[in-house]
Design a protein around this ligand. Sequence first.
Ligand SMILES: C[S@@+](CC[C@H](N)C(=O)[O-])C[C@H]1O[C@@H](n2cnc3c(N)ncnc32)[C@H](O)[C@@H]1O
Length: 301
Amino acid sequence: MAPGSGPDGVWHARRQRTPARLTAPDPQAPAASNDTYVLGNDAVELDRLRLQHDLWRPTLRASLGRAGLSPGERVIDLGAGPGFVAQDLARIVGPAGRVLGLEQNPAYVRHGQQLAQDAGLGQLDMRCHDLLSDPLPAGPFDLVWCRWVAMFLPAVEPLLDPLPLCLTRGGRLLFHEYVHWDSFGLHPHGLAIARFSRAVQRSFRQAGSEPDISRRLPSLLAARGFTIEDLLPLPVVGRAGTWPARWLEMFVTLYGSKLQALGLWSMEEAEAARVEIEASRADPGSFWMGPTILEVRARWS
Ligand SMILES: C[S@@+](CC[C@H](N)C(=O)[O-])C[C@H]1O[C@@H](n2cnc3c(N)ncnc32)[C@H](O)[C@@H]1O
């Protein structure tokens, strides 16, 4: 992604125009019994997910193009969050298609339902669902989409095992999960940021999940009878002031406080990271790299 190439470059304006509509959990919705999402589910995280989605939208669109997503198709979005991707998927498949977003957090489900209602997307449905324990809807679906979800699960088998049952013959799987967290960095002088990346990985592993889960996904899918059609690394790089830099700086600030609460990151380290970030803004040659995503495209045949 080119530095400064934020999608339409309107993040700040958009944040002011569209305040977070994270509402209280729906008492009618099934309780999220098994919430393993370590980043939390408050309005700040909702805003972070929105920025993240906007930043990655061009990559998402290109990826859906490679997967041949077309009008009329039926898509299931696993761990759909507040429904940002589901909304894009629904626009592509159109009124003749169907998108089902499954998400454990009732407030995110309500947010996604509201997005669908506001945009008149009758083909988009969001449901409260725990991927670790609830049976997948039978479908059939033509495409399964899953981004930044497997990396938070204490076990991926409950996510992967039911997939053949909900896909048509020839149906596609599209995963965007991290493959190389060690590529997260601020260069050339980000020693505290490098320590931050290691602390993040430690926190995920302590919670029982694997941050670089894409290293295992292709072989787990092949063992379940899927044909691996493509593996594509998706790096992200940006100089200070660009969208990728803002996204990564925001993550250091927000997740840094959670790491401190976990005892994995000290106030001194947070201060050292702040100083490095300040220095990077004054150095036109300084740049951020995000953790590299691996796109995994597979087919059920
Ligand atoms: C980083 S967010 C990604 C959201 C969305 N996939 C996206 O790309 O914007 C991870 C989401 O996975 C959801 N999640 C984590 N574990 C889950 C589970 N066991 N069942 C359903 N959703 C889960 C979280 O609640 C959160 O909304």
